[in-house]
Design a protein around this ligand. Structure first.
Ligand code: DUC
Ligand code: ZN
Ligand code: ZN
Length: 512
């Protein structure tokens, strides 16, 4: 009997730290050997001339979720996971979204059932927490965390989701004691509300005014406040979907001072701008997300943040809404920018876009690409060792990429249910031709080979960020911050001693 169920042979195998020419042996869905000239398996796949990468992890996507405005996403767990797989992603972490009148155990049970029946690749959940009452904080969240839902998202904006600073502090304190990672949507609610009301009162209803209302200053202010709240409690946070230079500079400075702040960005902030919202009629609604795409200066800041470790996580923020009354245009032609669903599709193109414009265009190394799209997500969300790398003992989640394959993006080639893509007509170089999930070849010859419900729930551990933020222990990090605050951040000696102790061994700090 063969030692391996599958051998992927003669490829250039990339992890977040190296690229080697090797074979990968797989048994029972696990990588059991990485080396040269492995014996034949029950199935051999030649990866000669191909790049073999860890399957992607998309740690921010919305699937079968009701938005804060009460609008249902276009994708269910089947269509979203199929689309993810075709784009080289083998793990997703979408949200189980609480709305204020819902009980957390009911929310978790509901999403778990729907995913169990439909997902074709592995998945975990983050909670969205809209009502941090006593029961949520003392009973339901600790229980969810014990079940492997070790991260939660909170909002600083949206009428129906927003938490005030007092509530955010409660949540951060809970996260510190229960070892959860808090993800924060950082935009100043009242700035946006005030601007939006003024714009609408003057008759400015078109999609482009969404980008005006969501001013970068609102993102910068809330980012700064989120960092301050995190420092006060001494617990790491992750700022999601960072878009504006102002926010990126704030995050970088906080990190340089030793704060345990992590941050994520998404394709729309590299490849779109606010000008995309200013298209014919209501077409700009297809580019309407929060925060909105910015300008070329912010795009450059996002690239720099990906490169220097300020933005170690590259997710899709797939939030698919159709361009009709079910999604973007609830009031048809009369829909104002305030009423259209916020969000863009991107689960399938996340990796190909960054591969083409990052790796093939020479902006990122292949190792940086792997870290940004896979390894750092595993580290940040409690999947280290199992997902996000190619190593003996890890799940056999692989993408076999043809670096020379050229594609022109069209909505019709994609597998989600949105019906359009913001990247229509874009030319890409490099594509994941074969995608393997736990040793199963789920995509090959542009064909899906996976059953509904064959994806598995991932009970996640605590984030690596919680055990050693910035390479310091929690107590050390807190003490270091206090020292900095006490000396007014001017004492160069404490800066120097902090930076000399900051570790670069954590995978999520590898992009620099
Ligand atoms: N936040 C998200 O994370 N996704 C879509 C819209 C939003 O506000
Ligand atoms: Zn958000
Ligand atoms: Zn989102």
């Amino acid at each position: 009997m063969e030692e391996f169920d599958l051998v992927v042979r003669d490829g250039w195998v990339a992890t977040a730290s190296e690229v080697v020419e090797a074979d990968i042996g797989v048994k029972d869905g696990i990588i059991t050997a990485v080396g040269k000239a492995l014996p034949r398996g029950r199935r051999d796949i030649s990866a000669s001339g191909r790049w073999v990468l860890p399957g992607g992890i998309d740690s921010h996507c919305h699937v079968e979720q009701l938005s804060g405005m009460g609008i249902m996403c276009a994708d269910d767990f089947y269509s979203a996971t199929v689309a993810a797989a075709f784009g080289g992603t083998t793990t997703i972490i979408p949200f189980a979204a609480q709305h204020r009148d819902m009980k957390i155990p009911d929310v978790v049970a509901d999403y778990a059932k729907r995913a169990r029946e439909k997902a074709v690749i592995d998945y975990g959940f983050h909670l969205i927490l809209a009502n941090p009452d006593e029961t949520a904080l003392n009973v339901d969240l600790p229980a969810a965390i014990r079940e492997g839902i070790t991260s939660l998202k909170v909002y600083m904006t949206y009428d129906k989701l927003k938490l005030d600073d007092y509530q955010l502090l409660d949540v951060l304190a809970l996260a510190a004691s229960e070892q959860a990672l808090v993800m924060i949507h950082a935009e100043n609610h009242d700035m946006i509300r005030w601007l939006a009301n003024r714009l609408l009162a003057r008759g400015h209803k078109a999609p482009k005014f969404h980008a005006v209302a969501h001013d970068p200053i609102a993102e910068g202010e809330a980012t700064n406040r989120a960092i301050a709240l995190s420092r006060l409690i001494g617990v790491p946070v992750l700022i999601v979907h960072v878009s504006a230079r102002e926010a990126i500079d704030t995050i970088r400075t906080a990190k340089q001072r030793g704060a345990a702040i992590y941050a994520e960005t998404c394709p729309q902030y590299l490849f779109l701008t606010a000008d995309d919202l200013d298209r014919n009629g209501l077409d700009g609604a297809m580019y309407c997300c929060s925060p909105p795409p910015r300008d070329e200066d912010s795009q450059a800041a996002v690239w720099a943040g990906l490169k220097d470790g300020t933005l170690p996580i590259f997710s899709s923020d797939h939030a698919p809404y159709r361009f009709d009354r079910t999604g973007k245009l609830p009031k048809g032609d009369a829909t104002t920018f305030k009423e259209m669903a916020n969000g863009l599709p991107g689960i399938e193109l996340r990796m190909p876009l960054l591969f083409s414009e990052g790796v093939m265009a020479g902006r990122l190394s292949l190792q940086e690409f792997v870290a940004l799209t896979s390894t750092n997500h595993a580290s940040m969300y409690g999947l280290t060792g199992r997902k996000g790398t190619i190593a003996v003992g890890a799940d056999a989640d692989l993408g076999i990429w043809n670096p020379n394959r050229e594609m022109t993006v069209t909505a019709s080639m994609l597998h989600d249910n949105t019906g359009y893509t913001p990247y229509e007509g874009r030319k890409l170089k490099g594509w994941p031709e074969i995608v393997i999930s736990r040793g199963r070849t789920v995509v090959e010859n542009n064909t899906l080979n996976a059953e509904r419900g064959s994806g598995q729930f991932l009970k996640r551990q605590a984030s690596d960020a919680l055990s050693s933020p910035s390479g310091l222990s929690m107590a050390e990090a807190r003490e270091a911050l206090r020292t900095i605050v006490e000396v007014g951040m001017k004492d160069e000696r404490s800066e120097a001693s902090l930076s000399s102790r900051r570790s670069s061994t954590r995978p999520y700090l590898t992009c620099r």
